[in-house]
Design a binder for this molecule. Structure first.
Ligand SMILES: C[S@@+](CC[C@H](N)C(=O)[O-])C[C@H]1O[C@@H](n2cnc3c(N)ncnc32)[C@H](O)[C@@H]1O
Length: 318
């Protein structure tokens, strides 16, 4: 039985307000007014929503690492639309940084994020960066921001990307935002190499049909399901703790030294008793295929128990 202090009323009121504003997975695109009222809002967000976003970053970063993304302890890393700075914290933990610049339209968010980055790793330097006119980051991070930008914001981000050496965007795995990410990818393909998740550098096949979108599911740490505070908070917010859909894109001016995998599994597999149906992204388009328990028991089991560990299928036995 779970025994825990229920989350405080203040925390829940703040989280409910934020969730209604922007965290519903089915929210379409659209600019929002500045919603951070004080540090209490940022602390509440950081405890629950940013933690969930951090797990998406962990999944995306693990894939980047496997695809050849290099660590760089001398990099100037810019977290654009930083909120509480979770993207910078998760990125720097795995890939290092010399200095982290925290940019947001909210001064309170920039201050909070800079403090949180240093609290996470006191070897890092971090500061608020309200003015980006002369900034040319080594690494630009964008996390859960695309869907909030109006045309002006999107144009400003595009200019910043043009001045960046490497870029990682991690966004909610909903259809509207994922397709927006795909359209951005198309505009950037002539100048950047895609490090992850795409297994090819051709047009995004998920954009070809209106009903497709490129997304994945991250796994939260297992203790979340047994930690009373998490369980009670999620229940009260109506959040499914198991479901962490995300879309992402990692770009570099230099191509990866590693060969690309043959394809990338997308979305959630359609699980069956004897076989699972999976969707693959390939240079030739999206393909559906089946994984039969009889032919490939290991992958069959992994797709059921730890689907996030299966990014591509082993070649079929001859
Ligand atoms: C959903 S929050 C995501 C925060 C953080 N990146 C994360 O992943 O947890 C979106 C952030 O983008 C900021 N934002 C929205 N529009 C912006 C703009 N035009 N310029 C800079 N920041 C913006 C908001 O203030 C907010 O902090």
């Amino acid at each position: 039985m779970l025994r825990a202090m229920p989350p405080s009323r203040d925390l829940m009121i703040r989280l409910h307000r934020l969730r209604e504003l922007f965290l519903a997975e089915d929210r379409g695109d659209g600019a929002l007014p500045d919603y951070w009222r004080d540090d209490g809002d940022l602390r509440a967000y950081d405890r629950v929503f940013a933690a969930r976003i951090g797990w998406k970053w962990d999944a995306a970063m693990a894939e980047c690492e496997d695809r050849g993304w290099r660590r760089d302890d001398h990099a100037v890393v810019l977290d654009y639309g930083c909120g509480t700075g979770i993207a910078a914290r998760r990125f720097a933990r795995r890939f290092g940084a010399r200095e982290v610049l925290c940019h947001d339209r909210s001064p309170a968010a920039m201050r909070f994020a800079a403090r949180a980055v240093v609290a996470d790793d006191d070897r890092l330097r971090a500061r608020a960066a309200p003015d980006l006119a002369d900034v040319r980051p080594d690494v630009l991070l964008v996390s859960h921001v695309l869907g909030e930008l109006d045309e002006r914001g999107a144009a400003a981000l595009q200019e910043l990307i043009a001045r960046s050496r490497r870029v990682v965007l991690v966004e909610p795995g909903n259809k509207a935002t994922s397709r927006r990410l795909g359209e951005l990818r198309a505009r950037l393909l002539p100048t950047f190499a895609v490090i992850a998740p795409c297994p090819h550098a051709t047009d995004c096949p998920a954009l070809a049909r209106r009903d497709d979108w490129c997304h994945f599911f991250a796994a939260p740490p297992p203790e979340v399901f047994t930690t009373g505070e998490w369980v009670l908070t999620a229940r009260e917010l109506g959040i499914d703790l198991r479901s962490l859909p995300y879309a992402f894109l990692a770009l570099d001016r230099e191509p990866s030294p590693l060969p690309a995998p043959p394809h990338r599994l997308l979305g959630r597999s359609d699980l069956g008793k004897h076989e699972h149906r999976v969707q693959l992204c390939t240079a030739a388009g999206l393909q559906e295929t089946r994984v039969a328990k009889r032919h490939d028991p290991a992958t069959f089991r992994a797709l059921k128990k730890e689907p996030q560990t299966v990014r591509w299928l082993p070649p079929a036995a001859p």
